[in-house]
Design a binder for this molecule. Structure first.
Ligand code: DAK
Length: 260
């Protein structure tokens, strides 16, 4: 599929997807979500790629939300179908075993905040702004915002953001735990790539098992979470990476992981 609303770059095991609709500040319409789903499915299946970074093209916006012009005249069934597609794509990103980092370079509003939240973690530029402005449009968040925001920042803070539609800046997002760090706009991609390279230097099966255990553990009780962890921990001992990682430590050298 040729992409009209996405830019995809690949460099040595790393894929970088930019949402690219400059005329609408990268707002997500149906076509963009269809392309995003296609791109994520291909990255998930690509044996050459181990990590995905998602960002917004241009200086101003990560994603300014779902496309309001597209949504304006949707019927209830069309609205539901649009919401279901967004939920499906965002859940795909969240559940993909390969790590996904959001490099938030500007407005992350509504569906943009929701896209950032389905990634494993978020690094923001000083220009980033976050919010769920939907109630100001007479709708609820529809791409997981009512669910993921509370899990990330706590119920009270999430409800305040959801009910007031307030937009917060990057430092406030850092304070409430919505982002992990804030860096200058010009340094954002280098910083995120640096984190990505550090992750890529580790055992990738262990990284993926850690993601699965952390994600699944958040959806269940602690005892079931411990069982999930124990199972995946056990599975590590069937991998070449475990043998290499421990042998390299004992031989006082850097490990050469193969992801097997
Ligand atoms: N959709 C469509 N176009 C948008 C847009 C958006 N979300 N955001 C910006 N644009 C367009 C503007 O209309 C403008 O187009 P032109 O007038 O040039 O043709 C262009 O981008 C530049 O925007 P501005 O001129 O407004 O730029 P400013 O710097 O003055 O303001 C802004 C930037 C981000 C503060 C402002 O554009 C803004 O407030 N944008 C809307 C932000 C917003 O409310 N986002 C949330 C959208 S609602 C569901 C499914 C999904 C959802 C909910 C339910 N179900 C099915 C249940 C999700 C909802 C949302 O995400």
């Amino acid at each position: 599929m040729a992409y009209e609303n996405l830019l995809l770059e690949k460099e040595d095991r790393l894929a970088i997807l930019y949402i690219n609709r400059p005329k609408a500040l990268n707002a997500l319409n149906n076509a963009t979500l269809v392309e995003l789903k296609d791109a994520v499915l291909k990255i998930k299946a690509d044996p050459e790629i181990d990590l995905l970074i998602i960002s917004g093209a241009g200086e101003k916006s990560f994603v300014a939300g779902a496309d309001i012009a597209f949504m304006q005249n949707l019927t209830a069934p069309e609205g539901r179908a649009f919401g279901a597609l967004g939920q499906e794509v965002f859940r795909l990103i969240e559940a993909m075993e390969k790590p996904v980092i959001a490099a938030v370079n500007g407005f992350a509003l509504g569906g943009g905040c929701e896209l950032a939240m389905c990634c494993d973690f978020r690094i923001a530029s000083t220009k980033a702004k976050f919010g769920q402005p939907e109630v100001g449009l007479g709708i609820t968040p529809g791409f997981g915002g009512t669910q993921r925001l509370a899990r990330l920042v706590g119920l009270g803070m999430a409800k305040q953001m959801l009910f007031t539609a307030d937009v917060i800046n990057a430092n406030e997002a850092l304070r409430i735990g919505l982002v992990n760090s804030v860096v200058e706009q010009t340094e954002l991609m280098d910083v995120v790539k640096g984190i990505a390279r550090k992750i890529l230097s580790k055992g990738q099966l262990a990284v993926r098992f850690s993601k699965v255990a952390a994600n699944e553990g958040m959806q269940t009780d602690i005892d079931r979470g411990m069982t999930i962890e124990a199972d995946l921990f056990g599975l590590c001992f069937a991998t070449e990476d475990q043998k290499e990682g421990m042998t390299a430590f004992l031989e006082k050298r850097k490990p050469g992981f193969t992801g097997k």
